[in-house]
Design a protein around this ligand. Structure first.
Ligand code: SF4
Length: 342
C-alpha cells in the first residue's frame, strides 16, 4: 500500500492516558463498612501514548485483546475523554483551531470529521430504523443535505458502499453481515468525514466478505482521500492495508514503523513474537508457539517495561525502568532497553 506523497498531520495524540475506576460493588461496600479492606481499583487502559496520524495515511493499530487499542480509538473518535494528555485535530489549511482539542469543547464539524466503524454491525445499528433513516438522519440533522434532496443523497451513499438502493426501506436484520457492515460504513460516510476509525471492523465477517470490505475501504480511500486508523489483532490484514503500523502492549505503544520496515525488521521482542505467529507460505510446516505467559491485568500493570514478565531478554533494568519510544532507524521507533538509539 503506497502512502500518499503529502503527509501533513491530521491528528496528534500527545501523552494521552485513560484510566477507568472500577467502583466497589454492593457486597464489597458492605465488607468495607464491616472493616474489610476494600478499595476502588483503577484500570490503566491507555498509558501515556503519543501518536501522529497523517492525512491520507492508513495506520494499523495492533495488539492482543485488552491492550487498550479500542480505548485509544474511542478517544480519537471523541467517544471517551482522555484522563490526561491531549488529542488535536488539525484542519486542512490552518493551525489547530479553538475547540479542536479533546477536553475542550469540540465543534460539530470536528465531531463529524472523525467517524468510527464498529466490529458488530448489527448491535451498532438501530434495529427499529430503516436503512434510509440510519444513513440519512445525521446529514439531515447537521445540515449537510436538505430534506428534499435526502432520498437522492441516501441513494448516492448506498451506491458508493455497494448496497442496492432499492433496499433502503429495509431494516438492519433484513441484511447479511457484510451488507450490514456496508450500512455502518455508509452511515459514517454520510457526514463526509476525513478520518475513519475501524475497530475490528471486519473481524466478525466471513473471510470472503472481509476481502470485499477491505477493498471497499481502499476504494473509498482513493476516491475520497480518507485517513484510517485500522484497529485489529490480525497482523495479516494490517500488513495488507496499512502504510504504518503501531504495536500496543498493555496500554503503551511499544513499536511503530512503516509497514514494510516493521515486517522486515521487527525490533521489539513483543513484535518479534507476534510476527512469528503470522502464518506464511514459507513457514507453513512449522509449529507455532504462543507468547509465553498471560497478558498482565491492566488493574496492576508491572513496573518498568510492561512486557518484562513475558520477555525472554528481560534484565533487572527492565523490571524497574520504563523504556521510552526512541528512534531506531528511519521512521522506526521502539520502546526497549536492548534496542539502541539510531
Ligand atoms: Fe524485554 Fe527489557 Fe526490552 Fe522490555 S525493555 S522488551 S523486558 S528487553
Amino acid at each position: 500500500m503506497n502512502a500518499p506523497h503529502v503527509m501533513a498531520p491530521l491528528v496528534e495524540v500527545d501523552h494521552v492516558s485513560r484510566r477507568f475506576v472500577r467502583r466497589l460493588n454492593y457486597a464489597e461496600r458492605i465488607a468495607g463498612w464491616l472493616g474489610a479492606r476494600a478499595e476502588e481499583q483503577i484500570v490503566h487502559a491507555v498509558d501515556d501514548v503519543s501518536l501522529t496520524v497523517h492525512r491520507g495515511e492508513v495506520v494499523g493499530l495492533v495488539g492482543e485483546s485488552g491492550c487498550g487499542k479500542s480505548t485509544l480509538g474511542r478517544m480519537l473518535a471523541g467517544i471517551v475523554a482522555p484522563s490526561s494528555g491531549s488529542i488535536r485535530t488539525i484542519e486542512k489549511t490552518a493551525e489547530p483551531s479553538p475547540g479542536s482539542e479533546h477536553g475542550a469543547q469540540r465543534t460539530p464539524r470536528h465531531r463529524l470529521a472523525t467517524q468510527m466503524i464498529f466490529q458488530d454491525p448489527l448491535s451498532s445499528l438501530n434495529p427499529r430504523k430503516r436503512v434510509r433513516d440510519i444513513i440519512g438522519e445525521a446529514p439531515l440533522v447537521h445540515g449537510i443535505v436538505e430534506r428534499k434532496q435526502l432520498d437522492a443523497y441516501v441513494v448516492d451513499v448506498m451506491e458508493r458502499v455497494g448496497l442496492n438502493p432499492d433496499f433502503r426501506t429495509r431494516f438492519p436484520h433484513q441484511f447479511s453481515g457484510g451488507q450490514r457492515q456496508r450500512v455502518g460504513i455508509g452511515r459514517a460516510l454520510a457526514v463526509k468525514p476525513d478520518f475513519l476509525i475501524c475497530d475490528e471492523s471486519i473481524a466478525a465477517l466471513d473471510v470472503s466478505i472481509q476481502a470485499q470490505i477491505i477493498n471497499l475501504f481502499m476504494q473509498l480511500r482513493r476516491d475520497l482521500g480518507l485517513t484510517y486508523l485500522f484497529i485489529s489483532h490480525d497482523l495479516g490484514v494490517v500488513e495488507h492495508i496499512s502504510d504504518r503500523v503501531a504495536i500496543m502492549y498493555l496500554g503503551r505503544i511499544v513499536e511503530t514503523a512503516p509497514t514494510v520496515e516493521l515486517f522486515a525488521n521487527p525490533q521489539h521482542p513483543y513484535t518479534i513474537a507476534l510476527l512469528a505467529q503470522v502464518p506464511r507460505l514459507s513457514n507453513r510446516k512449522r509449529q507455532f508457539e504462543s507468547i509465553q505467559g498471560e497478558i498482565p491485568s491492566p488493574l496492576a500493570p508491572p513496573d518498568g517495561c510492561h512486557f518484562h514478565p513475558r520477555c525472554p531478554h528481560a534484565t533487572q533494568r527492565c523490571r524497574t525502568e520504563r523504556p521510552l519510544l526512541h528512534p531506531s532507524g528511519l521512521a522506526h521507533q521502539v520502546a526497549c532497553h536492548l534496542v539502541e538509539v539510531q
